[in-house]
Structures are given as C-alpha cells and as structure tokens.
Design a protein around this ligand. Structure first.
Ligand code: PLP
Length: 223
C-alpha cells in the first residue's frame, strides 16, 4: 500500500467529480480520516502534501497529535461521537469539531476553548435519516443549535456534517445541502458542508459537499 499514490488517486477522483458537477476544484477539501492508523502513516500522508486529518477517538488521537507535533501546519478535526467528559481534551487539542449535536456539548467546548488563541471551528452533525441509533441533531432542532453555537465567543459556526446511510439516494444528499444552504444564508461564517466518505464521494460532491472525509481509500481497511 502506497499512501502517496492513494492520495493522488483520491485527489483525482475529487477533481473529476468537481468537473462533472461544474464546480471549482478548490471548493472541495479532503479530510484524511486516520482513526486506528499509526502516526507513521499519518506522517507519510503529510509528507505527500495532506494537511487535514480527522480522528474519532479522543485518547488515541491525543497520543498521535503529541507524536506529530513537529509537523507545523497539520490541522486536526474531531469527527466522532462526543461524550461530555471528553470535551476538554477535544477543545484543547483540535482545530475543528464536526460532530456537535447538542447544546450541552457546545457549552462545554466553548468554556474549555477559552484558553486558546483561536476559536474552535464547529460543524453541526445532522441526523439526516432520522435513525434513532445515529448521533446528530434532528432537523427540527438544528436552527436552535445553530443560533446557540453562533452566539458562543470561543466557537465559530462553520457548517453542517452528515453521514447519509449506506445506499442513500441523491435526494438525501440534496436534503443535507438545503439545510446547509439555508443556514449559510443566515450565518456569514458558514462555508463548510462536511459530507462524503470513500464510498459516496462523487455523489456528495455532486450534491454540494465542500469537505469529504476519506479513510479507507487513503489508509486501507481498518481491521
Ligand atoms: C470513519 C469515518 C469516515 C471515513 O470512512 P471511510 O469509509 O473509511 O472513508 C468518515 N467520516 C466519519 C464520521 C467516520 O467515522
């Protein structure tokens, strides 16, 4: 497995999907999801030009962040479910959080970010399929959560994140885009629609995604 080759393949897929959708390639960012993968593989990806990495598990992530702190402009995104006893580690180790889905978590992240120079970038995770087992704010509660996060001094509301279920159709992706777009019209800091993984990247880009989160296609299967 060659991480550099995998990255250039994914970047080609992204630019093809952008051309196909008539969108500028610069509009779509690649987030490399490195959960369960060791820091030497992350370092290889960084050396091949990848700067943004996504992690799901707090303890695992902070160990790798420490091992890679010599990499200057590396940028860490937290994308996993959030337990309230983990918010301090998230607020102090990451630049972005994609999985904020309730006011209690936003409150804690805001308070615990105050020691840092820059606000924490926030995407609100929406439970788009309405599955009870999935995390994410409901569509009904999204406006109130957006209003709350936008009022937090140490948070910047950047957008919406969703994980459409396996085999979701274009209409599900469009629904996420419409939620994103109506929030974007209300909040000038919003510029990010975090949607699309290894299996649905092209559909997500066709539907307006600005950040795709790719793990397997870069780092291989997770055992
Ligand atoms: C694991 C994960 C990904 C990456 O999934 P792949 O199928 O490996 O590309 C993206 N987003 C979230 C929230 C994840 O947990």
């Amino acid at each position: 497995m060659n991480i550099k080759d995998n990255l250039s393949q994914i970047n080609n897929l992204i630019s093809n999907a952008c051309h196909h959708a008539n969108r500028p390639v610069k509009q779509v960012h690649l987030l490399a999801v490195s959960k369960t993968k060791p820091s030497d593989l992350i370092r290889q990806a960084y050396q091949a030009g990848q700067k943004q990495f996504g992690e799901n598990y707090v303890q695992e992530a902070i160990e790798k962040i420490a091992e890679l702190q010599d990499l200057d402009d590396i940028c860490w995104h937290f994308i996993g479910p959030i337990q309230s006893n983990k918010t301090r580690d998230i607020a102090t180790n990451f630049s972005w959080v994609h999985s904020v889905d309730r006011i209690k978590i936003a409150t804690r992240l805001n308070e615990q970010r105050c020691s840092q120079d820059t606000p924490l970038n926030i995407c609100l995770q929406v439970n788009i399929s309405g599955e009870a087992s999935k995390s994410g704010v409901t569509i009904e509660q999204l406006p109130e959560l957006a209003q709350y996060v936008s009022s937090c001094e140490h948070l910047t509301l950047r957008g919406v994140m969703a994980i459409p279920e396996k085999n979701a159709t274009k209409s599900t992706f469009d629904k996420v885009y419409n939620l994103y777009n109506s929030l974007k019209n209300q909040y000038p800091t919003i510029d990010t629609l975090s949607m699309g993984m290894s299996n649905d990247l092209s559909l997500a880009i066709e539907s307006g995604s600005t950040m795709v989160r790719i793990g397997t296609a870069i780092f291989g299967d997770r055992s």
